[in-house]
Design a protein around this ligand. Structure first.
Ligand code: HEM
Ligand SMILES: *[C@@H]1O[C@H](CO)[C@@H](O)[C@H](O)[C@H]1NC(C)=O
Ligand SMILES: *[C@@H]1O[C@H](CO)[C@@H](O)[C@H](O)[C@H]1NC(C)=O
Ligand SMILES: *[C@@H]1O[C@H](CO)[C@@H](O)[C@H](O)[C@H]1NC(C)=O
Ligand SMILES: *[C@@H]1O[C@H](CO)[C@@H](O)[C@H](O)[C@H]1NC(C)=O
Length: 608
């Protein structure tokens, strides 16, 4: 029956009177159908295995129709997961139910990512070059063909609005809006530190290219992204990395000591030019703080392993420690970091065994869209509060002196206690990083990203029908409508930044529904999560495996700071007291209304 449907579906050939452009400019194929031109004015949609058929892959097969009817909307699922605390507390303690739900979370999210990867920014059709050239970020949606009537295909105006205007009007901060989820700067710097191992654009080649060829959690930001750099950073003794001791505390070595390239402006004194895996981590002390913590952790784990294996040489101690740190990182990212971001009362679990009986590919390719959506610069505050002192951007940036001045423990304490900015909802980008947002829009245009609505459809969301629906207000919506002309021409990145946040949340729907699949696929697609790797011997035995399976942000910090250990958290403690006065000012009336279950119900039924 299915076969017949596919064959019938291939007989349809769409004809479009395009303005001389490619017929695929209309983006006619729905539900992940593939558009292929069949002459200057005709196209075919390949609906194979989409569960749909017809000229544009719009008619559901019976099973698909039933699934659509039964499937709750992302907002409904989110509502359930972030409410009913009592219910979830019970469920979290019933192992087989917790496992089943976690398995569902992992598979339902990662199935949205094509694996093996498909397109890149220079290939909008499948090709061996696009598959095999690891220097490119992959693309989840192919680029808009060059010869289209408008930059978004056929929707919208012939030219997109001025980048500076978009950033100034809709993205730039007027007054700091604290994140209502209580995210701390400890989280923000973790995000920046963790993601820069795989978001490493090769700007010499352009935004479509990356210098991180492993495309995932390889800890190249600790060990360097090539062997030459790694060797310069290694001590070649007991598996350890080079370090220096200042006032009885361990810090990364200096550039002068190890002779690796780091990006520092000329005025930075030699003794403050620390050298670590990632060239750019001198940028902010928040990054260098994490780099220092992980350096200490590496050398600490080497000591533990050497106790267990006095017979092992430097190389084996180094390599095994690296795998342990990869495991610790993934554990912390799922159980502390994603747990915090999600706001779920359901307790997430890092357990690779959940996927052992599932169809799951242990591979990953970072996509350009993932990099773009991760530009969470609104997290950054107006200034940095450390031990009662206030540092401006000018004083903070490239200033490693802060690290030694305050010590890692005090930095952790201060960053844990300072609230980060809300990302969605618009107008919360610090002026200091305005250029970064402009760059990210320019790059998206150069890479010919499809519209926000095309990405919403790709990630199983209903496209927005108006600018008001997207922003949840009227003022910015009206101005955006004037600039873009058509909601189907709204760009992805500015769209994500101005999108209506979910009630009391840091992000809107699109950021979460797009970001989570990329994130979970990247974490669980790591080789250490595969059946042949995920066993004690890979990590040097029971002791090493235990380090991975008990890792948390708090223990990572406690095992690596001198003196009493500060609270380390992605959530600002007591945010209800410190933040309430400002939190309600950021939550407008129209945004409050969608907490209302009847609104969610309506939304859900309108989808069916
Ligand atoms: C004071 C803090 C920060 C400063 C000064 C800063 C600055 C920058 C700069 C200059 C770039 C390069 C832009 C370009 O040339 O295209 C960049 C890229 C980026 N930033 Fe930040 N940033 C900060 C914090 C953050 C945070 C907290 C995140 C959180 C996730 C973040 C995520 C990113 C990402 C994903 C990229 C793209 C990296 C790449 O493609 O290589 N940044 N940032
Ligand atoms: C398929 O899509 C094209 C372009 O959007 C449209 O003109 C055509 O009417 C659609 N065909 C059907 C059967 O919906
Ligand atoms: C990848 O593609 C770029 C751009 O076409 C090219 O310069 C580079 O040599 C390719 N890399 C490999 C390994 O083929
Ligand atoms: C760097 O931080 C130190 C405190 O550790 C401060 O005294 C100094 O003024 C800062 N440097 C700059 C250039 O602002
Ligand atoms: C926040 O809400 C409280 C209680 O409703 C109110 O007293 C306070 O003025 C509000 N603050 C702002 C900044 O709106």
């Amino acid at each position: 029956m299915n076969k017949i449907v596919y064959i019938v579906s291939l007989l349809f050939v769409g004809i479009l009177a395009s303005e001389g452009g490619n017929p695929c400019c209309y983006l006619p194929c729905q539900n992940r159908g593939v558009c292929m031109s069949t002459g200057p004015e005709t196209y075919e949609c390949d609906c194979t295995r989409t569960g749909f058929y017809g000229e544009n892959c719009t008619t559901p097969e019976l099973m698909t129709w039933i699934k659509i009817k039964l499937k709750p909307s992302p907002n409904t699922v989110h509502y359930i997961l972030t409410h009913f605390k009592g219910f979830w507390n019970i469920l979290n303690n019933i192992p087989f139910l917790r496992d089943a739900i976690m398995r569902y979370v992992l598979t339902s999210r990662s199935h949205l990512i094509d694996s093996p990867p498909t397109y890149n920014s220079d290939y909008s059709y499948k090709s061996w070059e696009a598959y095999s050239n690891l220097s490119y970020y992959t693309r989840t949606l192919p680029p808009i063909p060059e010869d289209c009537p408008t930059p978004m295909g056929v929707a919208g105006k012939k030219t997109l609005p001025d980048v500076k205007l978009v950033v100034e009007k809709f993205l730039l901060r007027k007054k700091f809006i604290p994140d209502p989820q209580g995210t701390s700067l400890m989280f923000a710097f973790f995000a920046q530190h963790f993601t820069h191992q795989f978001f490493k654009s090769d700007m010499k080649r352009g935004p479509a290219f990356t210098r991180s060829l492993a495309h995932g959690v390889d800890l190249s930001h600790i060990y360097g992204d090539n062997l030459e750099r790694q060797y310069k950073l290694r001590l070649f003794e007991d598996g350890k990395l080079k370090y220096q001791v200042v006032d009885g505390e361990v810090y990364p070595p200096t550039v002068k000591d190890v002779q690796v390239d780091m990006h520092y402006p000329p005025h930075i004194p030699e003794e403050h030019r620390f050298a670590v895996g990632h060239e750019a981590f001198g940028l902010v002390p928040g990054l260098m703080m994490y780099a220092t913590i992980w350096l200490r952790e590496h050398n600490r784990v080497c000591d533990v392993l050497k106790q267990e294996h006095p017979e092992w040489d430097d190389e084996r101690l180094f390599q095994t420690t690296r795998l342990i740190l990869i495991g610790e990182t993934i554990k912390i990212v799922i159980e502390d970091y994603v747990q915090h971001l999600s706001g779920y009362h359901f307790k997430l679990k890092f357990d690779p065994e959940l996927l052992f009986n599932q169809h799951f590919q242990y591979q990953n390719r970072i996509s350009a869209e993932f990099n773009t959506l991760y530009h969470w610069h609104p997290l950054m505050p107006d200034a940095f509060h450390i031990q009662g002192q206030v540092y401006s951007y000018k004083q903070f940036v490239f200033n490693n002196s802060l690290l030694m001045e305050h010590g890692i423990n005090n930095l952790v304490e201060s960053f844990t206690n300072q609230i980060a900015g809300r990302v969605a909802g618009g107008q919360n980008l610090p002026p200091a990083v305005m250029m970064v947002a402009m760059k990210s829009i320019e790059n998206s245009r150069q890479m010919r990203f499809q519209s926000l609505n095309e990405y919403r459809k790709r990630f199983m969301m209903r496209p927005y029908t108006s600018f008001q629906e997207m922003t949840g207000e009227t003022e910015m919506a009206a101005e955006l409508e004037e600039l873009y002309g058509d909601i189907d021409a709204m760009e992805m990145y500015p769209g994500l930044m101005v999108e209506k946040p979910r009630p009391n949340a840091i992000f809107g729907e699109t950021m979460v529904e797009m970001g989570a699949p990329y994130s979970l696929k990247g974490l669980m697609g790591n080789p250490i999560c595969s059946p042949e790797y995920w066993k004690p011997s890979t990590f040097g035995g029971k002791v090493g495996f235990e380090i991975v399976n008990t890792a948390s942000l708090q223990t990572l910090v406690c095992r690596n700071v001198k003196g009493p250990c500060p609270v380390a958290s992605f959530h600002v403690p007591d945010v209800k007291d410190t933040g309430s006065a400002t939190i309600n000012s950021s939550t407008s009336q129209s945004r409050q209304s969608d907490v209302n279950p009847t609104v969610i119900l309506k939304e859900r039924t309108s989808e069916l």
